[in-house]
Design a protein around this ligand. Structure first.
Ligand code: CAO
Length: 271
């Protein structure tokens, strides 16, 4: 990762005003990466890191080092959504709806309600650029590494449109990879590990976006029922990482709770 100090030096220089000395580059004074001869300790195999892993690794390192991250965790009750989704999938087997497409629609609503989440700091960090469009990036796990295609104008698309587009673009990402154009222009990203498992994680903000939503596996939770007994609810864990320079914790809590409320009315989201 020796590109990191150079990238940060350029950022530091760009942030300095005329005649002002550049602030020290973030990460410039870190100790060097340990050089270890692993073969001294046992059998090893050496595999080159892929081009995409190197590229995404450099971006992830920059984002992790330069953005003050906080992750807010919450659960959304998707019991009604899951019944609605099941019925809709049974009625139309041509397009499979997963919870993710409803989540994209709920995120679009939340971005409308909380415009500071649909924003980016400009190059010198002095202005916040508020976007009036709703392009959502979705992390896709591929043999090349992590790719994030951007689904454009998600506010104008139905859940079926989004499911069909996501299926096509994730297949392309997995088989051939994606162009930079297909991964550019996003407002907000979602990283769903729901199909794989987990109870929560810390996604890294995809700069210049200011927040990213991580999703893990739906679990059953007991809640008090009206008759005094127990009602089993389907709970979707949400992990929202945000850039604390732009978003404060109270807004992150409101934003995540808003997504939960939106998911509770799947019919309104379906479009
Ligand atoms: N809880 C439980 N099950 C879930 C779920 C959740 N939160 N989300 C999806 N599922 C289920 C789906 O309904 C589907 O079930 P069936 O096979 O029984 O129909 C199954 O999990 C697989 O879903 P999917 O992964 O094919 O579809 P998706 O729309 O949920 O996600 C995609 C699509 C492309 C985002 C996903 O396949 C993927 O690649 N995720 C990885 C993202 C990633 O790597 N993030 C990490 C980034 S940091 O390194």
């Amino acid at each position: 990762m020796n590109v990191e100090p150079i990238a940060n030096r350029q950022q530091a220089d760009a942030n300095a005003g005329p005649g002002e000395p550049a602030p020290p580059a973030i990460g410039a004074n870190l100790p060097p990466w340990p050089q270890v001869d692993f073969a001294e300790y046992g059998e090893i195999e050496v595999k080159p890191v892929s081009r995409i892993q190197k590229l995404t690794g450099a971006f992830l390192s920059r984002n992790w080092l330069t953005i003050p991250h906080v992750t807010h965790h919450d659960d959304a009750d998707i019991t009604t959504l899951e019944s609605y989704r099941k019925a809709r999938n049974e009625a139309n087997a041509a397009v499979k709806l997963t919870p993710l497409v409803f989540l994209i629609k709920a995120v679009v609503r939340a971005l409308r309600e909380f415009p500071q989440f649909n924003a980016s700091l400009d190059g010198n960090g002095k202005n916040l650029v508020l976007k009036k469009y709703f392009h959502i990036g979705v992390a896709v796990d591929t043999r090349f590494g992590l790719l994030v295609p951007v689904l454009r104008d998600c506010d104008k698309k139905s859940v079926e449109d989004l499911a069909a587009e996501l299926a096509a673009i994730s297949l392309k990402a997995r088989e051939k990879g994606l162009s930079m154009a297909e991964m550019s222009g996003g407002c907000f990203s979602i990283s769903s590990l729901g199909g794989f498992g987990g109870t929560g994680f810390t996604p890294i903000v995809n700069a210049p976006e200011v927040a990213i939503l991580g999703v893990t596996k739906t679990r059953l939770a007991a809640a008090p029922a009206e008759d005094g007994g127990v009602s089993w609810r389907k709970m979707l864990p949400l992990s929202l990482s945000y850039d604390h320079r732009v978003i404060n914790g109270a807004d992150a809590a409101r934003f995540t709770a808003f997504i939960g409320t939106a998911l509770a009315d799947p019919q309104a989201l379906a479009g």
